[in-house]
Design a protein. Structure first.
Length: 237
């Protein structure tokens, strides 16, 4: 039995992993799909004080209080910031890191250091309509989510705290370098966005990484849940 912790990206929540979680649980594994502070079912507690450190602590505390070891930890999109911060703090609890069409930050980088300037400007403009502290969701169509799921995604996505996007991640334990098994999954069917292919290209020839490319939109967990579950199950062996 493997412990899987699946961390969502910006605007999303644990709800986005329902199909993948069902597939993993059917194979006898434990699966945790936390919604990060201020997101999804916690959106009623949204606060401008919620930042990247808050979200990293959400996951660190989940691992601690559930008493988990040998965790396969996945982060989608912005979630790459979160899982890198978690790995920096509790690498000894992790068996593998999975970056799902996600950023791979270096030391002292924020998400807003890694996105194109036009995307950054658009998000900050959107935040100005929410007191400057919350970024409104980007449409599911932009992410090229499959057409059947677009209405669901648009209905369930919530504001993302700006402080999660502009806080710099500062390593104290080496970032993700102490986690031996690292996997990158690229969503090839998303032609726009902040250029996740550069991370795939960065690691695809690195023997410390295993890389996959799937022909789908950014929300891989919705578009190709069976294929993603298979990758995760393989990572646990």
């Amino acid at each position: 039995m493997t412990n899987f912790v699946l961390v969502h990206g910006a605007w999303h929540g644990g709800w986005c992993y329902a199909r993948v979680a069902d597939l993993l649980r059917a194979e006898g594994h434990r699966v945790f799909t936390p919604s990060l502070s201020g997101m999804a079912e916690h959106s009623h507690r949204f606060s401008g004080a919620i930042n990247l450190t808050t979200h990293v602590t959400d996951v660190v505390n989940l691992v601690r209080w559930e008493r988990l070891d040998d965790v396969v930890l996945l982060g989608h999109s912005y979630g790459g910031m979160v899982i890198t911060g978690v790995a920096d703090r509790i690498a000894d609890k992790l068996a593998a890191l999975v970056y799902l069409d996600a950023v791979i930050p270096a030391d002292n980088q924020s998400l807003y250091d890694l996105v194109p300037i036009d995307m950054l400007q658009g998000q900050l403009k959107g935040a100005s309509d929410h007191g400057g502290v919350g970024v409104p969701p980007i449409s599911a169509a932009f992410f090229n989510v499959n057409e059947k799921d677009r209405a669901l995604v648009d209905a369930l996505c919530t504001l993302q705290p700006v402080a999660c996007m502009n806080e710099r991640l500062k390593f104290t334990g080496g970032g993700n370098s102490r986690v031996k098994s690292k996997i990158y999954v690229l969503a090839e069917g998303w032609g726009t966005g902040p250029g996740f292919r550069r991370y795939y290209n960065m690691v695809k020839d690195d023997p410390a990484w295993v890389s996959h490319a799937l022909p789908c939109g950014h929300d891989v967990m919705l578009d190709m849940p069976e294929e993603l579950a298979a990758i995760l199950l393989n990572s646990a062996h």
